[in-house]
Design a binder for this molecule. Structure first.
Ligand code: FES
Length: 164
């Protein structure tokens, strides 16, 4: 039996997610996303817990969690920047934006800033190719990125954090 547990709120969300699928096992990805929101990342312990909830062997849960870049198998910052590097974004300037992120945060991909607030990584197409380059931070999308826009976005996220 797992040591970790969803909060009461996450349990309610879990039930809601399951109600949208014809069978429990089909809901694995949204449940993993919920677990990530709840626990921050998909550790082995979280994968075990999700496996118990979903009737999946932990290895199956881990293989899914490892495949999707939106699911984190390592700790990430409170604000994790998923920067698209697929063709449209790459052509429209992902890499100059990433250079700016590195300059502003002082960390490489998959590293976390010393204050624990930020991390970043590349991801594949976010389905926002018409407004490339695009980046996802949690449930939010930032589009038509430019290097000079990155400081604004990071500052905005810092302010949001301070006001919490
Ligand atoms: S290529 Fe970046 S959103 Fe599609």
């Amino acid at each position: 039996m797992s040591e970790i547990q969803f909060s009461e709120e996450a349990k309610r969300r879990f039930d809601t997610i399951l109600s949208h699928y014809p069978e429990k096992r089909a809901a694995l990805i949204p449940v993993l996303a919920l677990a990530q929101r709840e626990f921050g990342w998909i550790s082995d312990e979280v994968a075990d817990y999700v496996g118990q909830l979903m009737d999946y062997p932990p290895a199956d849960v881990l293989s899914v969690a490892s495949f999707y870049t939106m699911l984190h198998r390592k700790p990430v910052g409170k604000y994790h920047l998923d920067v698209c590097r697929t063709v449209s974004c790459w052509l429209m300037g992902t890499y100059p934006c990433v250079d700016k992120i590195k300059e502003l945060l002082g960390v490489e991909a998959e590293e976390i800033t010393p204050d624990g607030l930020f991390s970043w990584n590349f991801t594949e197409c976010l389905g926002s190719c018409g407004t490339a380059p695009a980046m996802q931070v949690g449930d939010r999308y930032f589009e038509n990125l430019k290097p000079e826009k990155m400081s604004e976005i990071i500052e905005q996220l810092r302010k949001e954090d301070e006001s919490k």
